[in-house]
Design a protein around this ligand. Structure first.
Ligand SMILES: [Zn+2]
Length: 157
């Protein structure tokens, strides 16, 4: 069962850098073998006959927000990410439990109305919160490309 989430407020669009992930796998240890890197639960490779052991294969992958937040702030849940299908970027939105601004509608049973007397300006100031500043400063320091946006997001989780 997928739950619809609707969020209104500040968010970041972030192009997370690629880095090499080291993936452990039980595999043939012969780097020349075409089965090298493939999972093998036998003692010896059925293709080349070499020993099967736990090895580490290198795989390029995008840095995951959860890991980034854990490494930089020791707080993997500081923000959450939404990953639109087939896009090169992620969207970083507040973790609603952290009170970082914005408005969530995910638990609304019916219709819900929010009125902000100051309009969209209401949300712009939320980028001045401590957590947002910490995150944006660190993205800048690490040379990670991002944009600050304000709007409405819908996703299914
Ligand atoms: Zn082999």
């Amino acid at each position: 069962m997928a739950y619809r989430k609707v969020y209104l407020g500040p968010f970041l669009r972030v192009w997370m850098p690629e880095r090499t992930a080291h993936i452990p796998v039980q595999s043939c240890t012969n780097e020349e073998c075409k089965k090298y890197g493939e999972h093998n639960r036998h003692q010896f490779c059925g293709y080349c006959g070499k020993e099967v052991k736990r090895i580490s294969i290198n795989k390029p992958s995008h840095l995951i927000l959860h890991d980034f937040l854990n490494e930089e702030f020791q707080d993997p849940d500081m923000f959450i990410d939404v990953q639109p299908d087939g896009k090169e970027y992620i969207l970083v939105v507040p973790n609603r439990h952290k009170k970082q601004g914005g408005a969530f509608f995910e638990d609304s049973p019916d219709s819900e109305i929010l009125v902000f007397s100051d309009g969209i300006e209401h949300f712009r100031a939320e980028f001045d919160r401590e957590d947002w500043i910490k995150l944006v400063t660190t993205l800048l320091d690490r040379g990670i490309k991002y944009e600050q946006l304000t709007g409405v997001l819908q996703w299914f989780a």
